[in-house]
Design a protein around this ligand. Structure first.
Ligand code: GDP
Ligand code: GDP
Length: 437
């Protein structure tokens, strides 16, 4: 369970500077994937071995009644109260307390969520006195920091981490496949979940050990166990203003993090949207099993070419998910809904595949012989050795002479050779490149 930390505060207090400091230093295992729409709103970070997700609520747009943009900091606070495990409230030490700070603090104080108060832009000892007035916010001890200079930010993270919920293991039967149903509001998530559960034997809902805002349903089919993580159910319980498109992304993150396989729902009537790409990009980078589910297929006027056209559009718009099966369903009529668990099983198997080192190296040798790597300024890539170091997603270490010589296009070629020989359908593959003399 990755806790979520939401950074709240007025514009210009230093939220994004702090966000970058928390998340920037971390080296990603996966290279940037072309075609993934990046959303700098949320990112993973780590402190003392515990992973967490940081959200900069400053990037979120809020709409109130009649589409008016609401006072931001109050809305941020409200969102954080609903969604986050720990709220980091940032104020500007040089500017002092503003009415907006007070309004947000009033909301935060009345919530049951842990709030950590950071006073930013305190870069030297002469400025330490500036923090005292912030005791008046009634949010406990203000912590002086400088986000820009990295001063005291480690101590701040210590306090944040002390407020994380305990890292409880989920109490599930072994080999349970966890399925997240993801998609924009109204795409049909609840309808699909109900359809699947309606046809299966429900064992329990609200599995012990899961957090308050996740509604999990555990069920069994043919002796196999599944959990469906229902984000739509979470939405129904939220009391906040009508979410904007972007808003529901946050809830989806948590579900994706906890899942093995993601059902990425696309509305047949709308096609692939920007938000679909962002959320799918996140799941892809997290290395989850992916199935693209086009819903409301009943509602589309079709001819014999419609499915092909749709396939092409999805492949083009979500090129990074080239490995994910596409399924056309209707949650309303139940058309092909019974195929879903079959494909989930298949993807779960593929993401756990292990290939022997001998077989891997045979395939690499053959791939190198058929299409040798291109030379770059007279140098040519050599691959000495490959071995698999993990599953879910399958991870491989490639020992090479010069890592810079492995270009994206050649890496894609190797990936395709792996897929041709071993499958890995529905799962990302991670290559970790190591230099060997
Ligand atoms: P946000 O709007 O809350 O996300 O604020 P930003 O992170 O964009 O920062 C707003 C301004 O404050 C920028 O010009 C930053 O360079 C500056 N700033 C951020 N942290 C510090 C700090 O620790 N000290 C000082 N003096 N300026 C800072
Ligand atoms: P959620 O917000 O993603 O949970 O979406 P819902 O399951 O609440 O569905 C939103 C609306 O779309 C409801 O009116 C559903 O009846 C409708 N809907 C869901 N699935 C289908 C489908 O396969 N075909 C059609 N025509 N309508 C659907």
């Amino acid at each position: 369970m990755k806790p979520i930390v939401a950074i709240v505060g007025r514009p210009n207090v230093g939220k994004s500077t702090l966000f970058n400091r928390f998340t920037g230093g971390r080296t990603a295992i996966v290279e940037d994937t072309p075609g993934v729409t990046r959303d700098r709103l949320y990112r993973d970070a780590e402190w003392l071995g515990r992973e967490f997700t940081v959200i900069d609520t400053g990037g979120i747009e809020f709409y109130g009644k009649g589409g008016i943009i609401e006072t931001k900091v109050k809305q941020q606070a409200q969102l954080a109260i609903e969604e986050a495990d720990v709220i980091l409230f940032v104020v500007d030490g040089k500017a002092g307390i503003s009415p907006d700070d007070e309004a947000a603090a009033n909301l935060l104080r009345r919530s049951n969520k842990p709030v950590v108060l950071a006073v930013n832009k305190i870069e030297n000892y002469q400025n330490q006195d500036l923090i005292y007035e912030f005791f008046n916010l009634g949010l406990g001890d203000p912590i002086p920091i400088s986000a820009a200079h990295g001063m005291n930010t480690g101590d701040l993270l210590d306090v944040i981490a002390q407020n994380f919920p305990p890292d409880t293991a989920e109490d599930l039967p072994p080999e349970t496949v966890k399925i997240a149903v993801i998609g924009r509001p109204n795409v049909g998530k609840s309808s699909l979940v109900n359809k699947i559960l309606g046809e299966e034997r429900l064992i329990v809902s609200d599995v012990a050990g899961t957090t308050r805002d996740a509604i999990d349903s555990l069920f069994e089919q043919d002796g196999k166990h599944y959990v469906i993580i229902d984000t739509a159910g979470m939405r129904r319980r939220a009391r906040v203003l009508e979410p904007t498109e972007r808003y529901s992304v946050i809830r989806s993150l948590r579900a994706i993090d906890r899942s093995d396989v993601v059902l990425m729902l696309i509305d047949a009537l709308d096609g692939v949207t920007e938000q679909d790409k962002k959320i799918a990009g996140y799941a892809h980078e997290a290395g989850k099993g992916m199935i693209i589910v086009v819903n409301k297929w009943d509602a589309l006027a079709k001819d014999d070419k419609t499915m092909n056209r749709f396939d092409r559009q999805v492949r083009e718009e979500m090129a990074f998910l080239h490995y994910a099966p596409i399924l056309y369903i209707s949650a309303l009529t139940g058309q092909r809904v019974n195929k879903i668990l079959e494909i989930v099983d298949f993807v779960a198997e593929q993401q756990n595949l292990r290939v022997t080192t001998a077989r891997l190296n045979e395939v690499i040798d053959e791939a190198l012989a058929v299409t040798p790597p291109p030379t770059d300024k007279g140098h040519r890539l050599k691959i000495f050795y490959v071995t698999q170091i993990g599953v879910k997603p399958p991870k491989f270490v490639l020992f090479v002479n010069e890592p810079e010589l492995l270009h994206f296009s050649y890496e894609r070629y190797l990936e395709n050779q792996f897929r041709k020989n071993f499958g890995f359908e529905g799962t990302a593959i991670w290559f970790i490149i190591r230099k060997r003399e």
